[in-house]
Ligand binder design. Structure first.
Ligand code: B12
Length: 321
C-alpha cells in the first residue's frame, strides 16, 4: 500500500474520538520490545514459567516481535480504559467472597472491541488505505510492555502498568497500524515511581511477588482464573476470600489510593456491578444461574471449578480484612 505521510491533525482527531468513547489514556509506540523486556519474556517462555497457561507457547514469534501481528506494521496506538465501579467499593470491603474489580461487569473484551472497531473505522475514514489490527487481551501481544513503552504508565513492582494519577485499574487495548507515527509523539515521560515501596510484595498473601516479577504458580489470580483446576487448599486458606481473580497487590498500591484513582467512576456503565454478580457474592449460584450468566469474564472458568473454589473458601477460616 502507499504510505500515508504523518499528519498530527489526524492523531489529534483520533485521540479526541477515543476520549469521547470513554478511553482515559492514549499513547503511541513502536511495535517492538525493549531489549531487556525481550530477554525477560523469552526466558519466561523458554523456561516454561507460565504454569498451566500452555497457550503462551503459541505464536511465540509474535509475542516477542509484536510487529508481526500486522503486515508492514509501523506503530501501535495504546489506549487505557479505567474500569473501577465505585458502587462496588463498599460491597467488596464487607464481602466475605471477593471477585476482582475487572470482572463484575460485562466482558471487557467485547465491550472494548466494539469501541476499538469504531476508532478503526474512523481512522480509515480520515486516513485512506491504512491497515489496522485491534487487540484487547485477545491476541498474543505483550500489551503491558507496549503500554509502558508508549508512556501510558510505568510497570510497577506488582508487574501492572500504573499511571501516576489513574493508578492501575485500567484495561490496555492496542491498535496496530502500518501508519508511521513518530514514536515519541506527545509522549508522557513516566518513570518508575515505585522507588523503595514494597507494599504489594509485603501484602501478597501467597508471596507471589518479588520486585517486577510474578511467580505465576503462587498468584491467586492465576489459580482462580487460569489454572483450570480447583485451587489447592493451602492457597485457599490464605486467599482472603478471592474466588475469581485478586486485587490485593493493586489495592495496597499508593497510586490506587490517590484522589483520581480512588474516587473516579468508570466511564462505561457496562463495567458496573451486575445484579447477577452481586447475588453471587452472597450465595453460590446454581448451575442454571451460571448457564444463564452470559457475557461475563467469570465464564472463563467452569461451573465445577467455580463451585469448588467458592465452597472451599467459605469452609475455611480466614480473616477477610
Ligand atoms: C498472562 C496474563 C496474566 C497472568 C500472568 C500475570 C503477569 N504478571 O504476567 C495472570 C493470570 C496471573 C494474570 C493476572 C492478572 N491480570 Co493479566 N494478563 C495476562 C496477559 C494475557 C499476558 C501478560 C504477560 O505476557 N505476562 C508474561 C510476563 C512474563 O510478562 P510481564 O508481567 O510483562 O513480566 C515482565 C516484567 O515483569 C519484566 N520486567 C520488567 N522490568 C523488570 C525489572 C526486573 C528487575 C525484572 C527482574 C523483571 C522485569 O519481566 C517480565 C518478562 O517480560 C495480559 C494481556 C496481554 N496480552 O498482554 C493480561 C494483563 C496483563 N492482565 C491484566 C489484569 C487486569 C490482570 C489482573 C489485575 C486481574 C485480576 N484482578 O486478577 C491480574 C494481575 C496480577 C499481577 N500482579 O500481575 C491487564 C493489566 C492492565 C494493567 N493496567 O497493567 C492485562 C494487560 C490485560 C489487558 N489487556 O488489560 N494475567
Amino acid at each position: 500500500m502507499q504510505n500515508n505521510k504523518f499528519d498530527e491533525q489526524i492523531l489529534l482527531k483520533v485521540k479526541d474520538f477515543a476520549k469521547n468513547l470513554g478511553f482515559d489514556l492514549f499513547g503511541i509506540t513502536l511495535p517492538q520490545l525493549k531489549k531487556e523486556d525481550y530477554e525477560y519474556l523469552k526466558e519466561f517462555i523458554n523456561k516454561k514459567k507460565y504454569a498451566n497457561m500452555h497457550w503462551f507457547e503459541n505464536y511465540k514469534e509474535i509475542r516477542l516481535h509484536p510487529s508481526k501481528i500486522l503486515e508492514n506494521c509501523k506503530s501501535v496506538i495504546i489506549l487505557g480504559y479505567f474500569y473501577k465501579d465505585q458502587q462496588y467499593e463498599d460491597i467488596i470491603k464487607k464481602s466475605k467472597i471477593k471477585i476482582s474489580r475487572y470482572a463484575i461487569g460485562k466482558d471487557y473484551h467485547k465491550i472494548l472491541k466494539k469501541k476499538l472497531k469504531k476508532i478503526e473505522e474512523y481512522l480509515k475514514q480520515i486516513c485512506k488505505n491504512i491497515q489496522t489490527r485491534i487487540t484487547v487481551d485477545s491476541a498474543p501481544v505483550p500489551e503491558k510492555l507496549l503500554a509502558k513503552n508508549a508512556g501510558i504508565g510505568w510497570q510497577g513492582k506488582n508487574t501492572n502498568i500504573i499511571h501516576p494519577e489513574f493508578g492501575s485499574y485500567f484495561f490496555i487495548s492496542c491498535i496496530f497500524t502500518d501508519y508511521e507515527i513518530p514514536s515519541n509523539w506527545k509522549q508522557e515521560n513516566i518513570t518508575d515511581h515505585c522507588k523503595g515501596c514494597m507494599l504489594c510484595i509485603k501484602h501478597c498473601p501467597t508471596g507471589a511477588l518479588e520486585p517486577y516479577r510474578l511467580n505465576v504458580e503462587k498468584c491467586i489470580s492465576y489459580w482462580t482464573i487460569e489454572s483450570k483446576m480447583p485451587v489447592p487448599e493451602e492457597i485457599i486458606r490464605i486467599s482472603k476470600g478471592w474466588v475469581f481473580g485478586c486485587d490485593i497487590c493493586q489495592e495496597v498500591c499508593p497510586y490506587n489510593r490517590r484522589k483520581i484513582a480512588l474516587y473516579k467512576q468508570t466511564n462505561e456503565p457496562d463495567f458496573y456491578l451486575r445484579l447477577e454478580i452481586k447475588k453471587i457474592l452472597n450465595q453460590l449460584p446454581e448451575e442454571k444461574d451460571w448457564d444463564n450468566l452470559k457475557n461475563s469474564p467469570l465464564k472463563r472458568v467452569s461451573y465445577y471449578i467455580f463451585k469448588e473454589n467458592y465452597k472451599n473458601t467459605l469452609n475455611c477460616e480466614y480473616s477477610h480484612v
